[in-house]
Design a binder for this molecule. Structure first.
Ligand SMILES: Cc1cc2nc3c(=O)[nH]c(=O)nc-3n(C[C@H](O)[C@H](O)[C@H](O)COP(=O)(O)OP(=O)(O)OC[C@H]3O[C@@H](n4cnc5c(N)ncnc54)[C@H](O)[C@@H]3O)c2cc1C
Ligand code: FES
Length: 242
C-alpha cells in the first residue's frame, strides 16, 4: 500500500450513472487490486477497483450512488486526490485454464477491463460475459471485443440475451475453464453455488481499507477474512453462501 497524490487527467460521463476518471502519478497495480480515495469534506475514503493501469496512469470507473460519488462528478482536470494505491490481493490468473471466462455484472465490469487487457498480452484465450439490468448499464462492450468473444445479457432484454449471468453462462463454460467475476452479491452467490472453478471480487463497506479496523470482515470456509486485505478476490469455493 502507498499513499500517493494523484492528478486528475480526465473525468467524463461514460453512460447511465457511470463515469470514467483517469489519474496520473500512480505506482504499478495488478488487476483486481483497488484504491481508496480521500474526497475533500469526507472522513472515510471511498474504494474503487483499478479498471486500467498503464505508465503511471490509473483508470477508475465509478457509478454515482451517494454523496461521495456525486461529489466526484464535479472533480475537474488538474485536481489532486489523496489516494491509497495497491490495496488488496488482485486476481490470480490460472496457469492451466483452457478458456479464461470473465463475468462482469453492472459496475463490476470495471476491473475486468484491466484483467482482459493483461490476459490478451499473455495470448490467453478469453471469453467475456457482460451483464446488467439494462443496455444503459453496460459499458466497454466494444473494447472487450478486441481481446476475445463477448456475450452480452440484460435483465430487461434491451441488449443481448434476455436474462442474468447464470442464463448467459449456460453452455459457455466447461470444467477445463476458469472464471473471474465481479458484480452484485446475488450474482456472485449464484455463480459460486453452480461453478466452483473460479474467483470472485467482493465488495464490503470499508473503514480503513488496509486491514487495520476489521470493518470489512466476512466469514469464509477458512474462517474470518478481511475483504480489503485477504481479498477483495476470493476463490469461489471459499465463499459461504447464506
Ligand atoms: C474493493 C471495492 C472496490 C470497489 N470498486 C468500485 C468501482 O470500481 N466502481 C464503483 O462505482 N464502485 C466501486 N465500489 C463501491 C464504491 O466504493 C461505493 O459505491 C462508494 O464508496 C459509494 O460512495 P458514496 O459516498 O457515493 O455512497 P454512500 O453515500 O456512502 O452510500 C450510498 C449507497 O451505496 C452503498 N455503499 C457504499 N459503499 C459501498 C460498498 N463499498 N459496497 C457496496 N455498497 C456500498 C451504501 O450502503 C448506500 O446504500 C467498490 C467497493 C469496494 C469495497
Ligand atoms: S476496511 Fe479496515 S480492515 Fe478492511
Amino acid at each position: 500500500m502507498k499513499k500517493e497524490l494523484l492528478t486528475v487527467l480526465s473525468n467524463e460521463k461514460l453512460n447511465g450513472d457511470n463515469y470514467i476518471m483517469k489519474l496520473s502519478g500512480a505506482s504499478y497495480m495488478k488487476p483486481g487490486q483497488f484504491v481508496e480515495m480521500l474526497l475533500p469534506g469526507f472522513t472515510l475514503r471511498r474504494p474503487f477497483s483499478v479498471s486500467d493501469y498503464e505508465n503511471d496512469i490509473l483508470q477508475i470507473v465509478y457509478k454515482v450512488v451517494g454523496r461521495g460519488t456525486e461529489y466526484m462528478v464535479d472533480i475537474k482536470k488538474g485536481a489532486i486526490i489523496d489516494t491509497l494505491t495497491g490495496l488488496g490481493n488482485g486476481f490470480t490468473i490460472s496457469p492451466t485454464a483452457n478458456i479464461h471466462v470473465l463475468v462482469g455484472g453492472g459496475i463490476g465490469i470495471a476491473p475486468l477491463y484491466y484483467l482482459a487487457k493483461e490476459m490478451h498480452k499473455k495470448n490467453l484465450n478469453i471469453k467475456v460475459i457482460l451483464c446488467a439490468r439494462s443496455k444503459n448499464d453496460l459499458f466497454f462492450t466494444e473494447e472487450f471485443k478486441k481481446w476475445g468473444e463477448v456475450i452480452l445479457a440484460t435483465d430487461d432484454g434491451s441488449l443481448g440475451i434476455h436474462g442474468n449471468a447464470i442464463t448467459a453462462l449456460e453452455g459457455q463454460i466447461t470444467s477445463a475453464d476458469y472464471y473471474y467475476t465481479c458484480g452484485p452479491e446475488p450474482m456472485l452467490k449464484a455463480l459460486s453455488k453452480k461453478y466452483p472453478n473460479g474467483e470472485h471480487s467482493l465488495e464490503a463497506i470499508m473503514g480503513c481499507g488496509f486491514g487495520a479496523c476489521m470493518g470489512c470482515t466476512i466469514k469464509t470456509k477458512q474462517g474470518f477474512k478481511r475483504v480489503c486485505k485477504e481479498g477483495p478476490v476470493f476463490n469461489a469455493t471459499d465463499i459461504i453462501i447464506d
